[in-house]
Design a protein around this ligand. Structure first.
Ligand SMILES: *Cc1c(COP(=O)(O)O)cnc(C)c1O
Length: 388
């Protein structure tokens, strides 16, 4: 028998399937922008901001050029600078700590919870004490909703409030998720999200947004996004950035938002199928009770020392995988000198997860047939190394 067509490698994220579903809508939206020619801050940007704000229930959405710029805008608006300490988890994408360090403030690294992969709230008070011992002013926390699930916000909020710290949520992976009755985008002083193509809501380039209920903070972010402009175009009120979202990307996002709720449902169905099928095989991710996830990644935890072989076996079976993240931030060259709130400068959970996690193909268009192929290959790979 010839090879079944399904033997060709699966995509990790299938943007082509999404594009096929969207049909001509995106092309037409792009064509409209080309026609009106308002490429910078065109009408689609303002419309997108309204739709984003309504989608999550935030008072304000400020579109910007990337998730990293959203973090920067938030930190700038909160007047973060030298002498300030901002607590960030070590197990995240570099941008979370980079935005802090770029402004001359000091990221203080804390560990994560091994089940949710999100910031462990009990690490906050030791981090606050550590920041003070370094002569720094603890100012805020950037909780990261890693892999699509919101953090343990009530515990984080309680500790932050007690110490007068703000929360700037890094929701680059979780826009569209909910924490109980609250939607991501309405938690903390402000929320930063990303529209990088592979995020749950992605555009066709770089993009991001900051969401907040705080009128003054929103106005400051709007000014900062355009070089700190004031009411007089040639009298800048503050030092800012060029961090606008392109009109073309806004037009694309408006089309993608129309199918986003359905895509979130599909992502959850895919995750549930994985979890049921993989329960006897590996430790699969758990979403806390009352939480929902948008499943930016479906990340399993393998036994120590098994990952390279399992990933190689899966690759041979045409199943791509990815490691998010192989090196926690406190172990990366650029971030080694920042304070680490852990025993002897270690963050044991972040370090263990960096060595053991593996993310599987995850997107709304993953068919049951293709998913069975992932499950079968993973089951074989795990049993192969499991010993007698
Ligand atoms: C993707 C990501 C960012 C940065 O977003 P960009 O749009 O790529 O700048 C920040 N934080 C986390 C957790 C991310 O996953």
């Amino acid at each position: 028998m010839s090879q079944p067509p399904s033997a060709s490698p699966l995509p990790f994220v299938d943007l082509a399937a999404q594009r096929a579903r969207l049909g001509p809508a995106v092309d037409q939206a792009i064509a409209r922008v080309l026609e009106h020619g308002r490429f910078i801050m065109g009408p689609e940007v303002a419309r997108l901001e309204q739709v984003l704000a309504r989608f999550c229930g935030a008072r304000h959405a400020i579109a910007c050029a990337s998730g990293t710029d959203a973090l920067l805008l938030g930190l700038l608006a909160l007047e973060t600078g030298p002498g300030d300490a901002v607590i960030v988890p070590a197990f995240t994408f570099a941008a979370t700590a980079e935005a802090v360090a770029l402004l001359g403030a000091t990221p203080v690294f804390v560990d994560i919870d091994p089940v949710s992969f999100c910031l462990e709230p009990t690490g906050l008070e030791p981090a606050i004490a550590l920041a003070r011992s370094h002569g720094l002013r603890p100012r805020g926390v950037i909780p990261v909703d890693l892999f699509g699930q919101p953090c343990a916000y009530p515990a984080i909020e309680e500790i932050a409030a007690r110490h007068g710290l703000w929360l700037l949520a890094d929701a680059a992976q979780s826009f569209g998720a909910r924490f109980g009755a609250r939607a991501v985008g309405t938690i903390g002083r402000a929320t930063a999200t990303s529209f990088f193509p592979a995020k749950p809501l992605g555009c066709y380039g770089d993009g991001g947004a900051i969401l907040t209920d705080d009128d003054a903070l929103a106005a400051t972010c709007r000014s900062l996004r355009v070089h700190g402009q004031g009411t007089d175009k040639y009298d800048n009120a503050r030092i800012g950035l060029n961090a606008r979202l392109d009109t073309l990307q806004a037009a694309i996002l408006l089309e993608k938002l129309a199918i986003f709720p359905d895509e979130i449902e599909r992502r959850n169905a895919v995750a549930q199928r994985y979890t049921e099928a993989l329960a006897p095989v590996v430790r699969s991710p758990k979403v806390d009770v009352g939480n929902t996830s948008v499943w930016a990644q479906y990340t399993i935890v393998l036994e120590a020392g098994r990952r390279d072989q399992v990933a190689a076996d899966l690759k041979a079976a045409g199943v791509p995988t990815a490691v998010y993240y192989p090196r926690p931030l406190h172990r990366q060259t650029a971030y080694r000198s920042y304070p680490v709130a852990g025993p002897k400068g270690r963050l044991p959970v972040s370090e263990a997860m960096a060595a053991q996690v593996l993310s599987l193909p995850m997107h709304p268009y993953l068919s049951a047939t293709d998913q069975n192929r992932v499950v079968a290959a993973l089951t074989r790979a795990c049993r192969a190394g499991a010993g007698p």
